[in-house]
Write a protein that binds this ligand. Structure first.
Ligand code: 5GP
Ligand code: ZN
Length: 141
């Protein structure tokens, strides 16, 4: 528990959230500023800023709940044509709330939400050699 953390306050019921699911480890609730209807957040009750701070077992519990919610969203909001499972892990990855959360973002055609890239990005495919060089830096994982 981090007393400055808005998601810890939600876990502690000090701040309202429309809670979809809760067990001993996990909580899921509706995002306050949804990208589309049904946008939900799945969090660990334990406070951790980054994924790597969580035990593997706990981290993996986010996804089955996320998938259940995604399936329900698709059933209830048929305009949903895809789901974005998204974790911003760190401030420079776009994380605004420093408590691990998995976004379940329903997507529909032309919903106006997207990642933006520098125009040069679109022209550039790595060669086999370039990809191998990067891979060699990363292995063994
Ligand atoms: P991030 O940018 O950290 O990946 O996403 C944080 C998300 O938390 C945003 O989608 C934002 O709308 C949501 N959020 C921020 N504060 C609150 C809050 O007090 N209650 C709820 N339900 N969602 C929040
Ligand atoms: Zn927290």
């Amino acid at each position: 528990m981090n007393s400055d953390c808005i998601f810890c306050k939600i876990v502690n019921k000090e701040v309202f959230a429309a809670v979809l699911f809760e067990d001993d480890d996990i909580m899921a609730f509706m995002d306050i500023k949804p990208i589309n209807e049904g946008h939900s957040l799945v969090i660990t009750k334990k406070h951790a800023v980054l994924v790597d701070e969580l035990e593997e077992e706990l981290y993996l519990k986010l996804f089955p709940i996320g998938r259940k919610i995604a399936n329900k969203i698709k059933e209830v909001f048929p305009e949903t044509k895809g789901i974005m499972y998204f974790i911003a892990d760190g401030e420079h990855a776009g994380q605004e709330v420093p408590h691990v959360h998995l976004h379940i973002i329903p997507r529909k055609p032309n919903d106006g939400f997207d990642f933006t890239f520098d125009p040069a990005y679109y022209d550039r495919l790595l060669t086999e050699e370039e990809r191998t060089k990067v891979k060699d830096k990363l292995i063994p994982i």
